[in-house]
Design a protein around this ligand. Sequence first.
Ligand code: ADP
Ligand code: MG
Length: 142
Amino acid sequence: MAEQTGNITFGIVKPDAVRDGKAGAIIQKVLDNGFKLRAMKLIHLTQREAEGFYAVHKERPFFGELTNFMSSAPCIVMALEKENAVKAWRDLMGATDPAKADAGTLRKEFATSIGENAVHGSDSEENAQIELAYFFSHLEFV
Ligand code: ADP
Ligand code: MG
């Protein structure tokens, strides 16, 4: 792996954004905000794969809606490197509900609802490692 200048988090450009042609604009903002892409691929999750990824939410009332949505179209999974990557990426994403997201955040600009909210980001370094390992093998990191 190339020299690491920060730590790494895991992000997804969700199916709504890919389907609506917003992936390029979102990835440009990722780069403009100083993140380095360490791994990236376009994948179409099965419902079972989406259920595995979001297993922590399996008791939530929106679990079926969420896993249907996440398997409805391709998404882009990414390993993002920056100093304080987990917090920096959550800050750039904005609040889960786009109606509550700050100006300048990705969810403010690109999300359409609390469910179809354009991007995912890990909520801790520990979960970032778990989520990166769910989607990427060692050979896929640059
Ligand atoms: P975040 O993605 O900001 O970390 P959560 O971990 O709470 O948010 O929820 C995971 C995902 O589940 C959200 O990004 C969103 O796609 C979906 N979700 C959360 N809350 C709701 C809700 N009330 N109704 C429908 N979908 C929801
Ligand atoms: Mg979350």
